[in-house]
Design a protein around this ligand. Structure first.
Ligand code: ADP
Ligand code: MG
Length: 392
């Protein structure tokens, strides 16, 4: 295990800045995911950690020692690649023992070490097979075992699961987690897949265009995105434009793209009328139910019911759509594996929401619905940065 510190780390290729002033501390023994879209600088960052690229600026420290220019074979790092790169003519055991062999470990010991890591990745039964006889998932395990066999302080994984089909990939994610717990090595895992990062990571570092946008536990990053990029990248959500009408210490009232005035839990008097915002209505926070035949406003269940109706009354008549109740029609119902997504058309826009299969809203396409939410569940962004109630 070792701490890895990136300090102002930068890599320029001619005029292109692939990694831009990255500052990040990776903790001893943690599994950190570098997450971001293709081309955002994940592999370049990882290669600088492994010594396969030299930074054009900044420093890399591994285990408290400066390693910025240390060649790969002198670092306590080991890399697992997306392409598995196993020797096809060597046995699985020989493939795994290869790293220790190059490091000058005696035959008896390196064979024993190879057998031990094959056990960790549950491939002991295949020790005498050769790679062409293995499935994709099995090759991936061997590649992982080969990197683990050198006993690195830091294991660097560059999208190692992206060649696997979905089911195997999800299984390997769980296994990678348990292997990480067993070997207690610092893992830096690169992926462009949010779900993979959420499954695996102790912490996620979100990269965009060579820069670090946010770092935190999966829960922190999801529940408290610092900017619109993170919010958009982490999952499907409804992002709608809104324009500030009024902003006071109690909150903000804005005219939303779908044609209604809404309350926002943000600004605290620091937004000015006319300012443009982006509001995220996450699919899981929308409360959607069948429109009552008599046109009555639905009441929310649970706490705050009284407060809610008071607010709707204060803000204007329900008939003209003020407050946080909207009327719409279900246009599409899509089954997406474990969840169902519903699209609701509104007078001037559209929203979608999701429920787990079996939670059964009983709603069908063509039905009239009322959409309701708790304003404090909305996330608000101005110029791409998050606006909260108590800061700006
Ligand atoms: P990611 O792994 O996040 O997809 P990369 O780190 O591979 O992204 O690449 C980041 C950017 O740097 C991309 O624009 C890529 O084209 C560029 N890049 C990467 N390697 C080189 C190279 N050797 N020469 C020139 N440009 C490169
Ligand atoms: Mg890459």
């Amino acid at each position: 295990m070792a701490t890895v510190t990136l300090e102002d780390l930068t890599k320029e290729y001619g005029t292109l800045t692939a990694v831009n002033d990255l500052n990040l501390e990776i903790k001893d023994g943690e599994l950190l995911c570098l997450l971001g879209p293709s081309g955002c600088g994940k592999s370049t960052t990882l290669r600088m950690l492994g010594g396969l690229e030299t930074p054009t600026g900044g420093e890399v420290h591994i285990g408290g020692e400066r390693a910025t220019e240390t060649p790969p074979y002198e670092r306590d790092t080991s890399m697992v690649f997306q392409s598995w790169a196993l020797f096809p003519s060597k046995t699985v055991l020989a493939n795994v023992a290869f790293g220790p062999k190059m490091a000058g470990v005696a035959e008896g010991e390196r064979t024993e070490r190879a057998r031990r890591v094959l056990e960790v990745v549950e491939m002991s039964d295949f020790a005498e097979q050769r790679p062409p006889a293995l499935s994709g998932g099995q090759k991936q395990r061997v590649a992982l075992a080969r990197s683990l066999a050198v006993g690195p302080e830091v294991l660097l994984l560059d999208e190692p699961l992206s060649n696997l089909d979905k089911r195997l990939r999800e299984q390997m994610q769980l296994e990678l987690r348990s292997i990480h717990e067993e070997v207690q090595t610092t893992f830096v895992h690169v992926t462009h897949d949010q779900n993979e990062a959420f499954t695996l990571a102790d912490r996620i570092a979100v990269l965009n265009d060579g820069r670090l946008e946010q770092v935190g536990t999966p829960r922190e990053v999801y529940s408290d995105p610092h900017n619109l990029f993170v919010e958009e990248f982490l999952g499907d959500t409804n992002l709608l434009g809104a324009r500030v009408e009024d902003c006071g210490p109690e909150g903000t009232v804005a005219e939303c793209e779908f044609g209604s005035r809404i309350e926002l839990p943000a600004g605290n008097g620091r937004l000015s009328a006319g300012e443009e915002l982006t509001v995220s209505f996450r699919p899981e926070v929308l409360d959607v139910r069948q429109a009552a035949a008599d046109g009555a406003v639905p009441t929310r269940t649970g706490d705050g019911e009284g407060e809610q109706s008071e607010r709707v009354d204060r803000e204007g008549s329900r008939e003209d759509g003020a407050g946080s109740v909207l009327h719409g029609t279900i246009t599409d119902v899509l089954y997406r594996g474990a969840s169902v997504r519903y699209y609701v058309s509104l007078p001037d826009g559209e929203l979608f929401f999701e429920r787990k299969v079996g939670e059964g809203t009983g709603l069908e396409a063509g039905e009239d619905v009322q959409v309701n939410w708790d304003p404090t569940d909305l996330l608000v962004f101005a110029e791409g940065e998050r606006v909260r109630g108590d800061d700006r």
